[in-house]
Design a protein around this ligand. Structure first.
Ligand code: FMN
Length: 151
């Protein structure tokens, strides 16, 4: 059975909502086991147990949110040491931009190297139904892709 890890960092709850939506979508795929964890609670052990990674975080001051950056910094060398190569998807919640967070996250992830399974999804403004739907769809698509072994 394939395994998808959804890791998120959220200050106000916006990213937490989107991560839960992604998780709902992913859990529609019976062939993929889905875990939803705060970035603070994820280490290289959880990554090693996963076949794919979906990250949900905000842009803060033009960068990836600190909690998600902390996670990527912590696992960077341990993942390289274990030769982990995971497909990943990225959801960025942002007030009005999000490109800085995408740039930083993709740069770090490509250095491990993890490979993008989808275009980064930037969701701007307060969380709306359409954002939840987009996160849900991405979660489901990633879970389905893992079950089919297409990444
Ligand atoms: C300290 C801080 C800095 C922010 N900086 C940016 C920014 O540079 N660009 C942007 O588009 N949004 C920015 N935002 C808005 C957040 O990205 C947005 O509110 C997001 O939904 C927050 O998600 P979270 O509270 O779940 O972490 C900032 C918010 C905060 C609190």
């Amino acid at each position: 059975m394939a395994s998808l890890l959804i890791s998120y960092h959220s200050q106000s709850g916006a990213c937490a909502q989107l991560a839960r939506a992604a998780c709902r979508g992913a859990r529609r795929e019976a062939e993929t086991e889905v875990s939803l964890l705060r970035a603070w609670d994820v280490g290289v052990g959880e990554l090693q147990a996963a076949d794919g990674l979906l990250l949900v975080a905000a842009e803060n001051s033009g960068y990836l949110s600190g909690g998600m950056k902390d996670f990527l910094d912590r696992v960077f060398y341990p993942a390289i040491d274990r030769s982990l190569v995971l497909p990943y998807a990225l959801v960025i919640s942002a007030g009005n931009d999000g490109r800085g967070a995408v740039r930083q996250a993709t740069r770090i992830l490509s250095g491990i190297p993890f490979s993008p399974a989808a275009e980064p999804l930037i969701l701007r403004g307060e969380v709306q139904l359409a954002h939840m739907q987009a996160a849900e769809d991405l979660g489901q698509a990633m879970a389905a892709g893992l079950a089919m072994g297409i990444y």
